[in-house]
Design a binder for this molecule. Structure first.
Ligand code: BMA
Length: 320
């Protein structure tokens, strides 16, 4: 049986990307979306926070996904508060999904302003030019990603509305990527002393496996010393992603190394993207570490599924 510390292997070169890689002074580089392009290049769409505190999204590319990063000469998505007031305080935490039907990538990201965080969507074919769809989930909402294809004619999006009671993962449907409805609770935060009590959110986009959709999600434990952001796993039904088949009791990755424990916000691992290796069982998870830099942790799809089999039970219904 896999033990906690061997489920994910942190890359020897961690942190693989830091503010020092950028062509001019920035405060922090973290929480990247990830994709492997058709030519094999790994592209990370990084959240880059400047020294005002405002974030933009900026691409960095690597031939092997871990080294020789080339940072694009200019940001990919800068906040555009004139046309998009919901971006006045920045754009953050992108998730990237390839939509075969449209021949374009969907980038869902947090648009932040005085009205709170909202989910916005942009489409791109080449990560050079972007078409903004605009706000798809009003505040307070974040941590959203599309599924790559329609179900019953409808696009599906996981998202994370926040209410006075907490933050849970919901599922919504749309005929056109613009109008969203049929919202339903998918995975509820646990309560009490649990590692994922009161506040959870989707990590990277869902990972398709032969047993269903594998979901990595973050759980936030509030402590007297601050928050602990850790990563858990769940399995969703392939035919009905609104159905949770398995949910881990324990977290699978948590802050351990110095660059994860110390930074602008200590004790945070926050993945927004993954790629699969040439061997599709190899899962490369890219994560923000302590809201300061980017780490890479490698695991296997089959290992995570085996972990779920031995460390979960059929979850309780989301509304007990
Ligand atoms: C979450 C998001 C992330 C951030 C994390 C830890 O709410 O804002 O962007 O990495 O908090 O600060």
């Amino acid at each position: 049986m896999t033990d906690h510390d061997s489920l994910f292997r942190r890359h020897d070169a961690n942190p693989i990307l830091t503010a020092a890689h950028w062509p001019h002074t920035v405060n922090a580089v973290f929480n990247p979306g990830a994709v492997r392009l058709p030519d094999g290049t790994t592209l990370l769409l990084c959240r880059v926070e400047d020294r005002r505190g405002i974030s933009c999204l900026w691409a960095a590319r690597s031939p092997d996904g871990s080294a020789d990063w080339q940072v694009d000469p200019a940001p990919a998505l800068l906040p555009r508060p004139q046309e998009h007031p919901e971006e006045a305080w920045g754009v953050e935490d992108p998730r990237i999904v390839w939509l075969e039907e449209l021949g374009r990538y969907a980038v869902s990201y947090t648009a932040f302003s005085q009205t709170g965080p909202a989910v916005s969507l942009a489409l791109t074919a080449d990560f050079r030019t972007y078409e903004r769809v605009g706000v798809v989930m009003p505040p307070e909402d974040k941590d959203a990603a599309l599924l790559p294809r329609r179900y019953g004619g409808r696009w599906l999006m996981l998202h994370r509305p926040h209410t006075g009671l907490g933050s849970d993962i919901w599922l919504a449907e749309s005929p056109d990527l613009i109008h969203w409805g049929r919202h339903r609770l998918l995975l509820a935060a646990r309560r009490g002393a649990w590692w994922d009590a009161n506040k959870i959110g989707l990590g990277p986009p869902l990972i398709e496996t032969d047993r269903g959709w594998l979901m990595l999600y973050h759980g936030v434990r509030m402590t007297a010393a601050g928050c602990l952001y850790r990563l858990g796993a769940a399995l969703l039904d392939a035919a009905d992603p609104g159905r949770v088949l398995l949910r881990s009791h324990e977290w699978v990755l948590g802050p351990r190394e110095r660059y994860e424990r110390e930074g602008d916000v200590g004790d945070v691992v926050f993945p927004c993207g993954y790629t699969l290796g040439p061997d599709p069982d190899v899962l490369n998870v890219y994560y923000g570490a302590a809201d300061t830099c980017i780490g890479l942790a490698v695991t296997s799809v089959s290992g995570l599924l085996a972990w779920l089999d031995s460390h979960s039970s059929a979850p309780e219904p989301p509304c007990p």
